[in-house]
Design a protein around this ligand. Structure first.
Ligand code: ADP
Length: 309
């Protein structure tokens, strides 16, 4: 049995406009790195470095990586002690699955250390136990793509059923992270408890349209389908300049754009590298005009699960 492992897991874009809580996509950058090493105690000891690491709880019950590992150990009936070091490449509260990335790297790593008792799909449950401590809800739209890679549709939570969607060849993802945080827990609480039937029907139509567009590599259909009637109307107000940025992006050749997860990261999909570079700069400049620093990434969909490094 190996004693030590270091794993990298990617950021992810959840919701993708029309797939609130049920659609997620893994991107190559940024990522977290998690190192696990057995110790002689029966306890987990967590240290954190990197982006906004002071905001991350080191209590294993409150840390997504710690909780995911506790859930894993409980399920295999082991009480091992571990030193866990999390190097944050993804700032917490950014909206691109910072909490999920740590949990994904942690469960992938612990599964490896124990000789892979679980298939990747089975690790999602433990990753979700981690996610629950960060957001207060048992959701998989970041953790599923972070563990499995690709574009994933959560068709059902009870029982958990995760479907793999095809990735159009030219698809590129742009994400820009303004330098402030939105807590997923708070962003979730502000959502309406009920939505009008008309909105629910429209959202269902758009999600189906988006799914078909991926199969057909039909970027026009994808563009028409990327509308968010549930979260964006309330969460958009939390991001200064959001409406203006969205209107500017619509004039460029983007496939679609929206709020990644619960924000404040803004994402856009494109099918051309020059368009991607242009919109990344455009978003960064718009934030700069209102005094907000931001950082942007352009990436293809990450098709791989977490990587041992
Ligand atoms: P994001 O969408 O960027 O993951 P969340 O709000 O879902 O943002 O997650 C950030 C919250 O989760 C913060 O309150 C943070 O303190 C908590 N958290 C607990 N463990 C971790 C971790 N290992 N990495 C990032 N955030 C964590």
């Amino acid at each position: 049995m190996k004693n030590k492992i270091k794993v990298r897991a990617s950021a992810s874009i959840a919701n993708i406009s029309c797939g609130f809580d049920c659609l997620g996509l893994s991107i190559k950058e940024p990522y977290d790195e998690v190192t696990l090493e057995f110790n002689n105690s029966k306890k987990l000891s967590i240290t954190v470095s990197g982006k906004k690491s002071s905001l991350i709880p080191v209590n294993p019950e409150k840390n997504t990586a710690g909780k995911a590992i506790l859930s894993f150990l409980h399920s295999i009936g082991e009480k091992k002690g571990l030193n866990i070091h999390i190097k944050k490449g993804i700032p917490p509260g950014s909206g691109i699955g910072s909490s999920a990335s740590s949990a994904a790297a942690a469960v992938f790593g612990i599964n490896e250390l124990f000789g892979n008792p679980y298939k990747l799909e089975k690790l999602i449950f433990h990753g979700m136990a981690g996610e629950e401590v960060a957001s207060g809800s048992f959701h998989a739209d970041n953790i599923a793509p972070a563990i499995l890679g690709g574009i994933r549709l959560i068709r059902s939570y009870e029982p958990l059923e995760i479907l793999n969607l095809p990735i159009p060849k030219k698809l590129m993802c742009v994400v820009v992270l303004p330098d402030f945080s939105i807590n997923t827990y708070d962003a979730r609480n502000m959502l309406p408890k009920r939505v009008p039937l008309k909105s629910a029907v429209e959202q269902a139509g758009n999600l189906a349209g988006f799914t078909i567009a991926l199969y057909q590599e039909n970027y026009e259909l994808m563009q028409r389908s990327m509308v968010d009637l549930f979260a964006e109307p309330v969460r958009g107000k939390l991001i200064p300049g959001y409406k203006k940025i969205q209107n500017l992006l619509k004039k460029e050749n983007v496939i679609g754009c929206g709020i990644s997860g619960s924000g404040p990261a803004i994402f856009a999909l494109a099918n051309d590298i020059d368009v991607s570079k242009k919109i990344k700069t455009l978003i960064i400049n718009e934030f700069k005009k209102i005094g907000i620093d931001s950082i942007g990434y352009i990436s293809k969909v990450q098709t791989l699960p977490p990587q041992i490094i």
